[in-house]
Design a protein around this ligand. Structure first.
Ligand code: AMP
Ligand code: MG
Length: 315
């Protein structure tokens, strides 16, 4: 590892041990997951949770997703229901987050849930976070490892760029395969998708065999904030760039290569497009483009999540 990046570690037994001890002392670390990289801390500790909010400059009213090794470890903290088990069986561990009622006996810091009576839980698949969660006696609160409202990081260097040496440990687990945040589904009442992700609403519908609630919800949640996932330069949807100082995000083989064209997936694969979205937006910004224009992206499957992120980035 280069000297500049002395806080980025490869995955091995030694770093796992060091990280476990570090987390026990209510410190915060940068960790890989299959969706995006996260900023992790002890979900049972007010002290750790305060550090996460302050590092991210995240509004305190926006609750954090709590990560567990498996459902047994979450028993004490939430009330499960039938819909939960159906989806758990099909998709976990994986890129899906469940909002459930908080258990009366839960030890989760009320700061992490923004004093709501609900908790958002996820069971990540990436082997680094799974290994850590297995050894820990507490779950990890873990929002994406970026300053609030910006783009989520998809590799260890993205995390370094956000926080530099403010983090003592960032574990390098390679590029996040999925590349966008988890699907969030509220199961406290009639199921409702709060945030689309790589697991599409239809896949969930097929398992639950029910339609989603259309009720407007009044949740104070970050993924639901209009402006989010912003690359820091204007994003304009459905128009072509005016000149070559403007980048053009395109999708599919009908687009020729050009210096200011960035193809999310030449072969027209929406999963690949989702995995490339933040990487490409970061690259565009780094290359000095002043604006991002976006061509039409199909709105089904992972396309729903891509359009959701682009639309919020454009606000
Ligand atoms: P982020 O940490 O930015 O990936 O976003 C967390 C997402 O989880 C938000 O978009 C919310 O939809 C959801 N969420 C987290 N905690 C709760 C909670 N206690 N109740 C309801 N939704 C939550
Ligand atoms: Mg985030």
């Amino acid at each position: 590892m280069k000297k500049n990046y002395s806080n980025i570690y490869s995955f091995n037994k030694k770093i796992i041990k060091k990280t476990v001890n570090f987390l026990k002392l209510n410190n915060i670390v940068g960790l890989p997951t299959e969706t995006v990289y996260g900023l992790a801390g002890n979900a049972y500790s007010d002290k750790a949770i305060k550090k996460i909010y302050s590092l991210k400059k995240r509004p305190r009213r926006n609750p954090l997703i709590i990560h567990y090794y498996n459902y047994e470890k979450a028993k004490k903290d939430v009330y499960f229901n039938k819909n939960f088990f159906k989806l758990y069986k099909r998709f976990c561990p994986g890129p899906i987050t469940f909002v459930l009622k908080k258990n009366k006996n839960s030890n989760i810091s009320s700061l992490a849930t923004a004093s709501l009576n609900t908790v958002a839980i996820r069971f990540p698949k990436h082997r680094v976070i799974k290994t850590l969660l297995k050894f820990l006696s507490f779950p990890l609160a873990m929002p994406s490892a970026n300053i609030s409202s910006g783009l989520s990081p998809i590799d260890a260097f993205n995390v370094f760029e956000e926080f530099k040496k403010k983090l003592k440990i960032i574990i390098d687990g390679g590029r996040s395969k999925i590349g966008i945040e988890s699907t969030v589904v509220d199961l406290t009442n009639h199921p409702k998708i709060l945030r689309p992700g790589i697991i599409s609403p239809n896949e969930i519908k097929n398992i639950l065999k029910t339609n989603f609630s259309k009720k407007k919800i009044n949740l104070r949640s970050p993924g639901m904030m209009k402006k989010h996932y912003s690359p820091g330069i204007p994003v304009i949807i459905g128009q072509k760039p005016k000149n070559i100082n403007h980048a053009y995000i395109v999708f599919g083989k009908r687009f020729k290569s050009s210096k200011n064209y960035f193809n999310l997936s030449k072969k027209g694969d929406l999963k690949e497009a989702a995995a490339n979205l933040y990487k490409i937006m970061r690259k565009i910004k780094k290359n000095g483009f002043k604006k991002i224009y976006v061509s039409k992206i199909p709105s089904f499957g992972p396309g729903i999540a891509i359009n959701d992120r682009l639309s919020r980035a454009s606000k």
